[in-house]
Structure formats: C-alpha cells, structure tokens
Design a protein around this ligand. Structure first.
Ligand code: ADP
Ligand code: MG
Length: 433
C-alpha cells in the first residue's frame, strides 16, 4: 500500500514537472485550413509545428466528397477519383456555398453554381445555408431530412464540410497514432460573414471538433511567419492567390496582436484563368506545322524539362495546368504527347516562360489591381507596407512574385519561405496552446 501511494506521488510530481517544462501530453488540438479546393491540418508537438501527411506523403487534401449509393462515402483523394466518373454526386467547392443566405445568393453566386456538374439548388438546405447540393445517390435520407425530391436528397454545404473534416481527422489519427483530437483552431476567410462563420463552426461541431478559436486566414498566414512578434512590423499585405480567387488583405499589427484592417480582391481571378491562356498557347504550339520552334535560338538549345502528358483534346486544360506549373520551376518546357502512357505520334512542342508571361499578360495586370486599389483607397503608398506574405498555389508563378517585388520596392520584405499551400494551417497550428 505504502509503495503504491508513493508510486502515485511520484506520478503526480512527474506530471507536474512535465507540465512545468511545457509538455502538454498528447495532441488533442489541430489547426485547420478547410480550403475551397484543398484542405490542410497542422499540429503542434513539443513546440514544433507539423503538417499532417498521409501514407503517400500528401500534405494537402482535396476538399471533395463523393456520395455513392447505399450511403457509401468517399472523401478527399478517394473522392477525387469520382470527379470524372460520377460528377453529379461528387461535391467540391462547397466552401463557396457555406452559410449563404437568400439575400447573399446574388446572380454572381448563381452563375458560379452553374459552372459545376452537380446540381446546386438555391433552397434552404439547413438552419445555416440557403443553398444545397441535390444528389441522386441512395442512403443519405437520414442526413438530409429537410428535403428529398423524387428520392433525391439535398445536402447542405456544412454537411459536406463535416465529411471533409472527418476524412482529415482520420488521416490525422493515422499520423499521430491516436484518435483523441477533439478541438480545432479554425481559419476562415477574412471576408466571411457572421453567418458563414457560424455555418463553418457547425461543420466542425458535427465532425466532433470543438472550435476553440476562429482566426482569419490572412492573420494565420502572418502568424506563420511570426510577424506579430516583430515590433518593427506594422503593416502587412497578405496576398492569397488560389485556384479561383485572389484575396488581398491589409493587416495591422500592434503589441503582438494582428488585425485585418481592410480587404480587397478579385472573386473571378485565379490559377484556373492561367490554365486557359496557357491552353491556348500550348494548343497553338502543338498544332503549328513544326511543333518545335527552331527559330528560337536563345532557348532552342537550352535543356528543357519534359512534360509527358495526354494530348487528348479532353485533357487539354489539365495539360495546360501541368505546363503552367512546370514553367514555375523551369524557363522552358517541352510538351511530349502520350497516349496510354506511350509517346504519341505528335511532334513535341516547346513552351517558354516568356511566352507564357506574354500569353497571360492581361491576367498579370489584373492580379495587381486589387493591391493598388486597396492602398489607394486608404491613402497609403507601397513603401508603407513592411511585409508581404504570399499564400496560395498561384503565388508560385515567378512573374507574380516579381510584379509584387517591383510594386512594393526594396524596403518591403516578401515572405515566401513556407510552402504557400500550408501557410494558413501552419499559422493556425502555431497558436495552439
Ligand atoms: P484554393 O485556395 O483556391 O483552394 P490553392 O491555393 O490550392 O487554391 O491554389 C491552387 C492553384 O494554384 C491552382 O490553379 C494550381 O494550378 C496553382 N498552382 C499550384 N502549384 C503551382 C505552381 N507550381 N505554379 C503555378 N501555379 C500553381
Ligand atoms: Mg487557399
């Protein structure tokens, strides 16, 4: 008995000691960036931030859920497989619809909805959203009691969010070795309305996660770079250029706290627009008499990275995106057409970064407009900005960075050392205490 008691005492003292030196035990809180196209989870372990990866090494996961018959659900990469085979029951971009109410569902949202292959209906799908996804699959009657038309259930955007989160939490459990995560630091867009925030919190709640803090995505990005700890930093621009939108935020830092002061952006400018101008460029090259431009003596002899891709007309946007991405790391790309994995009988085409910059020139101009307007509206000049933080995949394009550098000048630091896909989750995880 005495031995047991003293063992107990040792355990208590041990725990107190561990707590005193900052050992917080198991990971029970995550920092989450539930994104429009991709989501990311960060954890804090021994004071270090880690990004959750799956067994393939992915650290970003598509925010997609595929609803198959008999209630069989597929999430994230597993759901992505169904994008082409079952587009009507495979939901993506649900973040753009979450918490939208009747007043807010303006023509623009309806127009945007129409670009999706699944049915987006502007009817109340839950207490929180006046928009829902009508699917044809069976086995979802219990989750969509609000309206079933001809046996077709209506799913709310929160419900899709919850399922994305369940997928993320399952990966997190595999990553950390247990499933006791029950709290989340949640990042949301600065422009989210209170309704959108409440609906987002509901998605987390249903996934079994208590929202301990909600922070704005640009704030999380600034925190990821510890900019709030630098007393010489007052004004920060967070430039978030994703797949479909450009969000520019001006943050104000004082005494360690960060606030979003003003926002601007372009709701209809994103990486996918660069895919379109790249597609035109690539197609014109592929269909030129001679695929390889031999007149280009500057780059003609330079070693070009080869992009092997299907040149099937149905894949031409995907091919364009691959070329666009390759041009972020290489100044010349050679497109090698394949069919069923083997080289096709189409002559390879060479595309240079300079050609890409000129073909998409107008987009590069548009990408600077919100930055300029934001500062002008506030009567500020580029030199007033101490730091710029880059977020989103499209900021990997060298010319996007270069334009920002030129605009802000030498005294403004451009922060791009963290992978722009994970910055927000990294920042959210940094404030786990
Ligand atoms: P969102 O926030 O809209 O979910 P992301 O921040 O994930 O989007 O950005 C996705 C976009 O970034 C896509 O258009 C993708 O093609 C683009 N992208 C990703 N990597 C690169 C790269 N290396 N070069 C250029 N564009 C890229
Ligand atoms: Mg993003």
């Amino acid at each position: 008995m005495a031995i047991l008691m003293s063992l107990g005492a040792v355990a208590v003292i041990g725990c107190a000691y561990l707590a005193a030196i900052g050992f917080k035990g198991r990971v029970t809180t995550v920092g989450v960036d539930l994104g429009t196209s991709f989501s990311v989870v960060g954890i804090s372990k021994g004071g270090k931030i880690q990004i959750v990866t799956d067994k393939f090494g992915h650290d970003i996961f598509p925010s997609i859920v595929s609803f198959q018959d008999e209630g069989k659900l597929f999430r994230l990469y597993d759901a992505m497989e169904y994008l082409s085979s079952d587009p009507e029951n495979t939901i993506y971009n649900s973040k753009r619809f979450i918490g939208r109410n009747a007043d807010a569902d303006d023509g623009e949202l309806k127009e945007y909805a129409a670009t999706h292959p699944f049915a987006v209906e502007f009817v109340k799908s839950s207490e929180y959203s006046d928009v829902g996804f009508r699917i044809r699959s069976t086995g979802y009657e219990n989750v969509s009691s609000l309206s079933i038309i001809d046996g077709k259930p209506l799913l709310s955007p929160e419900y899709v969010g919850t399922e994305v989160l369940r997928g993320l939490m399952s990966l997190t459990a595999d990553f950390i070795g247990h499933n006791q995560v029950n709290k989340a630091i949640v990042a949301v867009p600065a422009k989210f309305t209170p309704e959108q925030r409440v609906a987002t919190a509901e998605a987390y709640k249903k996934a079994g996660l208590k929202v301990v803090r909600m922070i704005e995505e640009p704030t999380a990005a600034a925190i990821a770079y510890d900019l709030h700890k630098d007393s010489s930093v007052h004004h920060i621009i967070v430039y978030d250029f994703g797949g479909g939108t450009l969000d520019v935020s001006l943050l104000y830092v004082a005494k360690g706290s960060v606030q979003v002061y003003a926002t601007d952006g372009d709701e209809s400018l994103g990486g996918s627009d660069y895919d379109i101008c790249t597609e035109k460029l690539v197609q014109s090259k592929l269909h030129a008499d001679s695929g390889v431009d031999t007149t280009d003596t500057d780059t003609g002899s330079a070693s070009a990275v080869e992009v092997h891709f299907s040149c099937d007309p149905n894949d031409s946007t995907k091919l364009a995106e691959a070329v666009k991405k390759a041009l972020s790391d290489n100044s010349t790309v050679e497109v090698v057409c394949t069919t069923g994995g083997a080289r096709a009988g189409v002559a390879p085409a060479r595309v240079t970064r300079a050609e890409f910059e000129s073909a998409c020139g107008e987009l590069f101009e548009r990408a600077m407009v919100p930055v300029d307007r934001l500062l002008t509206d506030l009567g500020m000049s580029p030199a007033d900005i101490d730091e710029v933080v880059l977020v989103g995949g499209t900021t990997r394009i060298p010319y996007v960075k270069q334009r920002l550098k030129t605009f802000f000048g030498a005294t403004t630091n451009i922060n791009d050392s963290i992978d722009p896909d994970i910055t927000v989750a990294f920042g959210a995880a940094s404030i786990i205490d």
